[in-house]
Design a protein around this ligand. Structure first.
Ligand code: BGC
Length: 518
């Protein structure tokens, strides 16, 4: 669905364990986030995606829930969360919660009931396959050996995350329910109830975890499209303005064919590339053009996603998130500024992961909370240069804070050349100029030479802007003969000078020339 406020929105993702500790126990909490709402407001964003904050043993960073109706004591109380919604709203900021309903935690009371041999109300809430020969379990998606009942349960992600039973689109065995069977229908209703509960308390909507894999054996997504059409339309009957953001990576299935408002589309294509060995974070990237050519892929994808979601919703790209190596890894602040200029001003719905706006480094640390290599992207926010970088007063903090660099909000706030100042200026353009709204005009002006420079124009009936990126670490000159009345444009830039309508770039540079039409 189209929502006026999303046209110029910028989201900020907060990982609650690491944003701000208010009670000195070494772990971030909701009161801590509330105390930093002024910072979030000042950054200029108007929406927050809060990573999971519900009761959990934290076998997977809170993506393993034991009570969907209760905030985990590590973060505070339900009252704290409600206050957070209210205080954020007063500042014009909406909050999306993480909806993790493809699986629960293995510790969820309903799963414990489900393991029992006697039939009970939760027996079919999860996916169980008869497992008379548990030691011949060749299917690594199923686990046996812990339940009283003689069956094995389906794992959704880690072994500690049993899959909730929403049915199988293509049924191949008797034990597989269809989505229209009783147990899957009950589970769908459970999901709707949870959404309505939190919307009733003031959240704006949900980022939906693993949205494309609720219904199983569904290679084309048809069952999941039907599933979400039912779920979202039921919720929107009561809460028409609620927002659903899918982690599906398929704007066709989620926004075009189903009822999601936003889909996470292609974060990978911005600063990392999929190779045979997995994601390559440092040496190659798409539009940054570190190696020429990849930017065309990014642009192509942007254009395609734009066509797909047009009139139906939005596509969103997150530069980084709690699952990815931080964007700062192997990159300095100059190239990060180029990255942000593209990210914040291209036609999509941009997400900023907490700390990326100041370039928090990726830390190679031991796994915690099932994070594995992701743990290094979840370290505490760096507020200032006091104890624990101002994150916590505790002598023992839960995740280590980076001590190698003097990167902090405080050290960058008054520096007009800092990454933070640049990101804020770009967010302000995105949020206030009509030409940067998602559906405003987008035209590639120059993209040859490996995207160095890459120039695109954004325009509306009342304003226009040129975004000029020089991602490579080499000198370059560029004639600005494609801009008429250049004297009327204001400029934000880094690492370049403009003289006599010519840009002289030192490399890893960008400029945004923008003007209101009289
Ligand atoms: C989340 C991960 C999580 C996984 C399982 C992903 O989409 O972003 O952090 O481990 O789902 O819930």
């Amino acid at each position: 669905m189209k929502h006026e406020w999303l046209e110029s929105a910028v989201f900020y993702q907060v990982y609650p364990t690491s944003f701000k500790d208010s009670n000195g126990d070494g772990i971030g909490d909701i009161q801590g986030i509330i105390s930093k709402l002024d910072y979030i407001k000042d950054l200029g964003v108007n929406a927050i995606w809060l990573s999971p904050c519900f009761c959990s043993p934290f076998g997977d960073g809170g993506y393993d829930i034991t009570d969907y109706y209760k905030v985990d004591p590590r973060f505070g109380t339900n009252e704290d969360l409600i206050t957070f919604f209210e205080e954020a709203k007063k500042l014009g900021i909406y909050v999306l919660l993480d909806l993790v309903l493809g699986h629960t935690s293995i510790e969820h009371p309903a799963f414990k009931e489900s393991q029992k041999d006697e039939k009970n109300e939760f027996s079919d809430m999860f996916i169980w396959k008869p497992g008379e020969e548990p030691f011949n379990n060749k299917d690594n998606k199923f686990l046996s050996g812990i339940a009283e009942r003689p069956d094995m349960f389906m794992i959704n992600y880690y072994a500690i995350q049993p899959a909730i039973n929403y049915g199988f689109y293509k049924r191949k065995a008797k034990w597989q329910d269809s989505p229209d069977d009783e147990a899957p229908k009950k589970n769908l209703q459970r999901l709707i109830d949870i959404c309505e509960f939190w919307l009733g308390l003031g959240c704006k909507g949900f980022r939906v975890d693993m949205a494309g894999s609720m219904v199983k054996s569904d290679p084309k997504g048809v069952g999941n499209i039907e599933f979400w059409n039912k779920a979202i339309s039921a919720v929107k009957k009561k809460y028409p303005e609620s927002i659903f953001l899918s982690e599906w990576y398929s704007p066709v299935n989620s926004v075009k064919k189903s009822s999601f408002d936003i889909d996470f589309s292609s974060e990978y294509f911005l600063y990392m590339v999929w190779t045979k060995r997995g994601f390559d974070y440092t040496n190659r990237s798409c539009y940054l053009g570190d190696k020429s050519g990849y930017y065309t892929l990014a642009i192509k994808r942007f254009k395609r996603m734009r066509r797909v979601v047009k009139n139906k919703g939005y596509n969103a790209v997150a530069l980084g998130n709690h699952d990815k190596i931080r964007m700062s890894y192997g990159r300095d602040h100059d190239i990060s500024k180029v990255t942000f200029a593209f990210h914040l001003l291209a036609p999509h719905l941009p997400f900023v992961y907490y700390g990326d706006e100041i370039g928090i480094p990726y830390m190679k640390i031991k796994s915690k909370d099932g994070g594995y290599r992701r743990t290094g992207s979840r370290t505490p926010m760096q507020w200032d240069n006091t104890k624990n970088r101002g994150f916590s007063s505790s002598d023992e903090i839960y995740l280590p804070v980076d001590k190698t660099d003097c990167i902090s909000v405080k050290s960058q706030a008054d520096d007009e050349n800092s990454l933070l100042t640049t990101v804020k200026a770009l967010i302000k353009l995105k949020r206030t100029m009509k030409c940067f709204r998602i559906d405003s005009g987008f035209k590639i002006i120059k993209s040859n030479n490996g995207g160095n420079p890459l120039v695109f124009k954004r325009y509306s009936n009342s304003d226009e802007a040129f975004v000029i990126l020089f991602p490579k670490d080499e000198k370059h000159t560029l004639k600005l003969n494609f801009i008429k009345n250049i004297d009327q444009f204001k400029i934000i830039s880094n690492n370049l000078i403009i003289k006599d309508r010519i840009i002289e770039s030192k490399g890893k540079a960008f400029a945004v020339l923008y003007k209101d039409n009289p």
